[in-house]
Design a protein around this ligand. Structure first.
Ligand code: PLP
Length: 371
């Protein structure tokens, strides 16, 4: 079976974890600080990097640090992982689902404009399939409406936008290092920000709101006398996760070039298949986390089931969130709903070989001519 996505880890990650176990300090400590400073150096930024236990908690803490909560609204594209919506809901705020652009599945700012109210406090653009196009417009939109930007950059670690690495510029940028993202720390996430107030709040909030505990933890200690002024969560990253993340960070260029090349090959080989419509993504500066296509010539589910039956695992990124019971408002978002029926993701990870890829493309061609 050819897997849709996969954690590509081995001896380096195993050795790194073994060292942490030998040291006997598994919680949040020096290793986490090293991962944060190495991420900061990689991004070539003065902005602070704060590591947490998941990408979802990165988004949650980023919003909380902006004082977003009950009564507030956050604009978010409907086509995203449910994590974006749940992170907004976790603050007590309302995720306001926006329609998306047909050729990229990125947030449609014309639709978003119609959903702005006095309660709108932030916009959460999602770098869908690692595509960071249109961010200049998102920032202009935010400036015009005097709202903040929390970038869901879960797909786009290692990507460049106008020459700068994602995270090195922007308001608040959130990454995920879960098992299948561009790099993994097992599970994990990070917030990048150069707003000192935001940074201090996130540092405390990830450790149950314990004031200034972060400094102690970095030297494998902890605070015994402290105050708590804000709601906090148990969201810190552990030394074990950080050790895996540090080993993976060294491989980002290697992973990136494989992912990029695979995406370009898919694009070239599928261009001639009439039943498939490719998304409009330029892979030059993009390290694709997923490779979604639109199945437009035949029923998506037929192709989906046939590929799975032939040992090729495919996925759906994503069914629109505004159709989920928790987030449904009864509104219709026509483009998101159409993409929800058409999108299908093909296997993409550094262990997909050229042979695998040739088989995937030829099976797609077989199935569409057969049906
Ligand atoms: C993976 C992902 C997240 C959340 O990351 P976790 O680390 O899995 O919590 C958020 N948004 C999107 C678009 C994602 O793909």
């Amino acid at each position: 079976m050819i897997r849709l996505s996969k954690s590509v880890v081995g001896i380096d990650e195993r050795d790194a974890v073994a060292l942490v176990i030998d040291e006997g300090f598994l919680g949040m400590g020096k290793e986490v600080r090293l991962f944060e400073t190495e991420l900061q150096a990689y991004l070539k930024t003065d902005a602070e990097v704060i590591c947490v236990n998941t990408g979802t908690s990165a988004l949650h803490l980023a919003l909380q640090a902006l004082d977003i909560g009950v009564g507030d609204e956050v604009l978010v594209p409907s086509v995203t992982y449910v994590a974006s919506f749940q992170a907004i809901a976790a603050t007590g705020a309302k995720p306001v689902a926006c329609d998306v652009l047909e050729d990229t599945a990125l947030i449609d700012l014309i639709d978003a404009e119609t959903r702005v109210t006095p309660a709108t406090k932030a916009i959460m653009p999602v770098h869908y399939a690692s595509n960071t196009a249109g961010m200049a417009d998102v920032y202009q939109f935010a400036q015009r409406h005097k709202i903040r930007v929390v970038e869901d950059a879960a797909h786009s670690f290692g990507c460049r936008r106008d020459g700068a690495l994602v995270g090195s510029v922007g308001d608040l940028v959130c990454f995920s290092f879960d098992g299948i993202k561009n790099i993994t720390s097992g599970e994990g996430g990070a917030v990048v920000s150069s707003d000192p107030h935001v940074i201090a709040r996130i540092q405390d909030a990830r450790l149950l709101g314990v004031g200034k505990d972060t400094e102690k933890r970095y030297s494998n200690e902890r605070s015994w006398e402290f105050d708590v002024t804000d709601q906090g969560w148990r969201y810190h990253m552990s030394n074990i996760m950080a050790a895996i993340g540090r080993a993976q960070l060294k491989k980002i260029e290697q992973f990136g070039s494989v992912r990029q090349r695979l995406a370009q090959r898919y694009k070239d080989q599928l261009a001639e298949v009439d039943e498939i419509t490719l998304l409009d993504i330029d892979y030059t500066d993009t390290i694709p986390h997923i490779f979604p296509v639109r199945v437009t010539g035949i029923h998506r589910d037929i192709l989906f089931n046939e590929l799975n039956a032939r040992g090729i695992q495919v996925g759906i990124h994503y069914a629109p969130n505004h159709l989920l019971s928790l987030f449904s408002t009864g509104q219709s978002l026509p483009v998101a709903e159409r993409l929800g029926r058409e999108l299908m993701s093909l296997p993409l990870h550094p262990d997909v070989s050229d042979d695998d890829q040739n088989r995937i493309v030829s099976e797609i061609k077989n199935i569409v001519t057969m049906t």
